[in-house]
Structure formats: structure tokens, C-alpha cells
Design a protein. Structure first.
Length: 177
């Protein structure tokens, strides 16, 4: 399967991943039907920039919750590696693991091979951030092919607040075909 870049306003793909806390989660489906869900794909334990970004994400979770946005993070790391990594990071959001290559391709993520066995023992996803609205459609899409380019989370909070305000009647952007 070849990666296809996700299109804003399209339905988020049906992807279920295991959770570190046990059970599974359907990515893109908020627990409350009126909420949105932010799905943050991170590279994995080997990436210090991911650790920093997950800490920054934790800092904005309360603001996102006030806006009706639930947060989930996910990587291709296997369970043990993900558990070791997240044990070092205080987090209140669910964390998924074992994102498969097929699932990465469904999300249109850029995929990299590890540079060494110390980095990872498998291909991994480069960063991606998706905001899925209450209808299950992509409201915001941000993909990167490197760990250095990621959206500023404080700007995301402000932007989502603007978009979610009914008085602004702000449409999904980037839909010109």
C-alpha cells in the first residue's frame, strides 16, 4: 500500500491501536460525541524532540479540554519501549503504541528507516498531527518528514479556539480540488 496524503474534510481512517494503559483506542473518535480529537503521532523513544513535544502537549491538555478537544498520542514503538519512554513523561492523555506501517500509510505519514539498531528496530512514523471534528472528518492536518518541524501547540490551541467558536463560522481550509 502506498501512502496517500490525507485531505482536509475527508473522513479520518478507521485505525485502532493498543493503549499503554490497557485496551484499545479508535484514533479520530472522541469519547464524547460533541468533542473533537487531536491525534499526535510521534517518532518514538529514540527521539528527544518527541519527548520535549509530548511534555509541551501535556501543558496544553487542560486548555484543549476546555475547547472540547480530547488528546491521544501514538507511535510505532512496541509496548515495552513505549512504556519505558512514557514512564519518564508525565501525561494525562492516552498513549497508543505499535502503529503499523499500513496504518502509517493510511494516515499519509512519512515513514523512515532507523539509522541504527539503537535508534529503533523497525521503520517509524515521522511527526503528524490531526484534529478530527465531531463528524469524524479531518479539520486540521499537519505532516512532517523530519522531527524539527512541528506545529506550535500554543498556536494550535488559539486556532482551535477560533475555529470552534460558532460566531466565527470558520470552514475547513485547504479543500480546493
Amino acid at each position: 500500500m502506498k501512502s496517500v496524503k490525507p485531505q482536509p474534510e475527508s473522513p479520518f481512517p478507521d485505525i485502532i491501536v493498543p493503549l499503554l494503559s490497557g485496551g484499545e483506542i479508535a484514533l479520530g473518535k472522541a469519547a464524547k460525541p460533541e468533542n473533537w480529537q487531536m491525534v499526535v503521532v510521534y517518532r518514538g523513544k529514540h527521539c528527544p524532540l518527541c519527548t520535549r513535544y509530548l511534555n509541551e502537549l501535556e501543558a496544553v491538555v487542560p486548555q484543549l479540554a476546555e475547547l472540547g478537544v480530547e488528546v491521544v498520542a501514538v507511535s510505532a514503538d512496541p509496548q515495552e519501549r513505549a512504556m519505558t519512554h512514557l514512564a519518564e513523561i508525565p501525561h494525562s492523555f492516552p498513549v497508543g503504541f505499535d502503529l503499523s506501517i499500513e496504518q502509517m500509510q493510511q494516515l499519509g505519514l512519512y515513514i523512515s528507516h532507523p539509522r541504527s539498531p539503537e535508534e529503533s528496530d523497525r521503520p517509524f512514523a515521522e511527526p503528524g498531527l490531526f484534529v478530527v471534528n465531531e463528524e469524524g472528518h479531518l479539520q486540521i492536518v499537519d505532516l512532517s518528514n523530519i522531527p524539527f518541524a512541528r506545529p506550535d501547540l500554543n498556536a494550535m490551541v488559539q486556532g482551535i479556539g477560533f475555529v470552534r467558536n460558532p460566531a466565527n463560522n470558520y470552514p475547513i481550509r485547504g479543500t480546493f480540488a
